[in-house]
Design a protein around this ligand. Structure first.
Ligand SMILES: *[C@@H]1O[C@H](CO)[C@@H](O)[C@H](O)[C@H]1NC(C)=O
Ligand SMILES: *[C@@H]1O[C@H](CO)[C@@H](O)[C@H](O)[C@H]1NC(C)=O
Ligand SMILES: *[C@@H]1O[C@H](CO)[C@@H](O)[C@H](O)[C@H]1NC(C)=O
Ligand SMILES: *[C@@H]1O[C@H](CO)[C@@H](O)[C@H](O)[C@H]1NC(C)=O
Ligand SMILES: *[C@@H]1O[C@H](CO)[C@@H](O)[C@H](O)[C@H]1NC(C)=O
Ligand SMILES: *[C@@H]1O[C@H](CO)[C@@H](O)[C@H](O)[C@H]1NC(C)=O
Ligand SMILES: *[C@@H]1O[C@H](CO)[C@@H](O)[C@H](O)[C@H]1NC(C)=O
Ligand SMILES: *[C@@H]1O[C@H](CO)[C@@H](O)[C@H](O)[C@H]1NC(C)=O
Ligand SMILES: *[C@@H]1O[C@H](CO)[C@@H](O)[C@H](O)[C@H]1NC(C)=O
Ligand SMILES: *[C@@H]1O[C@H](CO)[C@@H](O)[C@H](O)[C@H]1NC(C)=O
Ligand SMILES: *[C@@H]1O[C@H](CO)[C@@H](O)[C@H](O)[C@H]1NC(C)=O
Length: 428
């Protein structure tokens, strides 16, 4: 071959290799199931491909898109799951944490999902059923008759970017980051609003249920992160009724910034330490520039107390929470703007005898400002450890309560002198 021809063929093959295979997904219409066509497109375009979801898709079968390698997903249309409880409860994909199941398991390396489109969990029927059945059912796959799936799970995945999409009507957690690393969410809008006259997913005006609070039964967390490292969540708007973002066991190297959260349970570490014999780690978490509105909590850490039983499922786990910073936090109408509870869901006498064996250290509250709701009276900060918490600091704290001069409750904080407020001991 001549030199020119060689060069030509080299560049020809280079161009071929970089050409992205396009997989446009058709939609059937008439309420027919588009799930099989979506799965087929992901199979066809699994390597160096681009899957285009630019239509309205009615999805009645599990989306299981795994083994992806360098895949773009343009979601400019709508993926809407069918509101078929009898079908989805058994067929949604079971994950090993808290019996969660999912409508869509997205897995692989180098995945970019974007496009201005919508994932619609069609949550109304799930919320209504939860409400009218008068019980929590189960959160996930421990029931095959009523398992509420997560609309999008990034699982066993690395190097993932998800941006510019809407997520509405989730029956359960909106996003689950499961056993993954280097995952970024940017510009996500999450909304869960009920349109039925009786149950509303996130309104404080709903009649209380006999045993459970609204949030306890709906559990519409924005994000749950589990066994994952290097997760970024930024520039997002969340209107929900449970944790805005939740760091579950083994969430490390996390950055959360520029969020507007409404009606939630706050940005929350935990709960951790629930299971004896298990080690839970949350480390290197930065939460910066959050506007927290009409919420139960602002910045929260919750860890179970200790337990003498080696098989306890109500505390006694070990591990640590270390290097967690909450900064530039604006709270408005929040019940507990700052809260650390190291005796979470555990009786006080149990904690007194068996303090938590999951340590909390190196936690910093910087510039937490705003107003509490007054639900906890004049208490605006409540940081109580059952074992001693080390290197907890607060600077720039400025939180007022509508119920009087602010009170800061602390217990077992080694570094009380590093807090910019005066602590009061718990009353009980
Ligand atoms: C998961 O399911 C098992 C079996 O039904 C049940 O015992 C357990 O309480 C469930 N866990 C959660 C967190 O729902
Ligand atoms: C995810 O990874 C775990 C642990 O490596 C493995 O057991 C499981 O089968 C994987 N699941 C999927 C759906 O890839
Ligand atoms: C993380 O993922 C992004 C997006 O896929 C990629 O550009 C970046 O190189 C990854 N970082 C590491 C450390 O692998
Ligand atoms: C955020 O995403 C929406 C579509 O979901 C888009 O219209 C908007 O331009 C995006 N914002 C930025 C700053 O990219
Ligand atoms: C802080 O977050 C808000 C969203 O709550 C955003 O509008 C604003 O631009 C962010 N500020 C900075 C400096 O990034
Ligand atoms: C914020 O939450 C409050 C109380 O839950 C609700 O009344 C209000 O409509 C929500 N705001 C938005 C913009 O969704
Ligand atoms: C968390 O990570 C630690 C250290 O790698 C490990 O021992 C522990 O089993 C993990 N815990 C969970 C819940 O995955
Ligand atoms: C936390 O970050 C430090 C500094 O980057 C790093 O050395 C350490 O390994 C990280 N810890 C975890 C648990 O990832
Ligand atoms: C604390 O975590 C942040 C990331 O959230 C990281 O940049 C920093 O290096 C960590 N510091 C230490 C001392 O590990
Ligand atoms: C806290 O507020 C002070 C005063 O407004 C400002 O100088 C500082 O940069 C802020 N710190 C953070 C981490 O936002
Ligand atoms: C804490 O109490 C001391 C003694 O009563 C007082 O001098 C100090 O100003 C108080 N500090 C703050 C931040 O309120």
């Amino acid at each position: 071959m001549t030199r020119a021809l060689t060069l030509l063929s080299v560049s020809f093959f280079a161009a071929l290799a970089s050409a992205r295979l396009d997989c446009k997904v058709p939609h059937l219409g008439g309420g027919q199931d588009d799930g099989p066509a979506i799965n087929a497109a992901f199979k066809r375009c699994a390597k160096n491909g681009k899957v285009v979801l630019d239509k309205y898709y009615s999805v009645d079968s599990l989306l299981f898109t795994t083994g992806l390698d360098d895949v773009e997903i343009e979601l400019s249309g709508t993926v809407q799951y069918t509101p078929d409880i009898a079908k989805w409860s058994p067929q949604s994909y079971y994950l090993t944490y808290q019996n969660a199941t999912t409508f869509w398991f997205l897995s692989g390396n180098n995945i970019h999902l974007y496009g201005g489109g919508t994932i619609d969990g069609n949550g109304q029927v799930w919320w209504d059923t939860l409400r009218t059945s008068g019980s929590t059912g189960t959160a996930g796959g421990s029931s095959t008759t009523f398992a509420r799936p997560v609309p999008l799970t990034v699982g066993n995945a690395t190097n993932v970017v998800i941006e510019n999409i809407f997520e509405i009507g989730s029956p359960f957690w909106n996003n689950f980051v499961y056993q993954s690393s280097n995952v970024t969410y940017n510009n996500i809008t999450i909304n869960a609003v009920s349109y039925s006259s009786s149950p509303t997913a996130n309104s404080g005006t709903m009649a209380p249920l006999p045993k459970f609070s609204v949030a306890e039964i709906y559990i519409l967390d924005g994000w749950d992160i589990y066994r994952s490292d290097g997760v970024t969540i930024t520039n997002s708007w969340i209107n929900n009724d449970d944790d805005c973002v939740s760091f579950k066991p083994n969430s490390t190297n996390i950055i959360v910034s520029n969020l507007w959260c409404n009606g939630s349970h706050g940005v929350s570490v935990g709960s951790l330490g629930q299971y004896a014999g298990e080690t839970d780690i949350v480390a290197n978490v930065t939460v910066h520039n959050v506007s927290m509105n009409n919420a139960q909590n602002g910045a929260r850490i919750k860890v179970f107390g200790g337990n003498p039983s080696p098989t306890s499922t109500a505390g006694g786990g070990t591990g640590f929470v270390k290097n967690v910073t909450f900064s530039d936090y604006k709270v408005t109408n929040v019940d507990n703007p700052v809260i650390i509870d190291q005796c979470y869901d555990t009786a006080a006498d149990v904690c007194a005898q068996y303090p938590s064996t999951l340590s909390i250290s190196d936690v910093h509250f910087i510039n937490i400002t705003g107003t509490s709701s007054g639900k906890e009276g004049d208490v605006v900060v409540d940081i109580e450890c059952s074992a001693e918490c080390v290197d907890i600091t607060a600077t720039g704290t400025s939180i007022t309560s509508p119920k009087g001069a602010s009170v800061y409750v602390c217990a077992n904080i080694e570094s009380e002198d590093q807090l910019d407020f005066n602590c009061t001991s718990p009353s009980s």
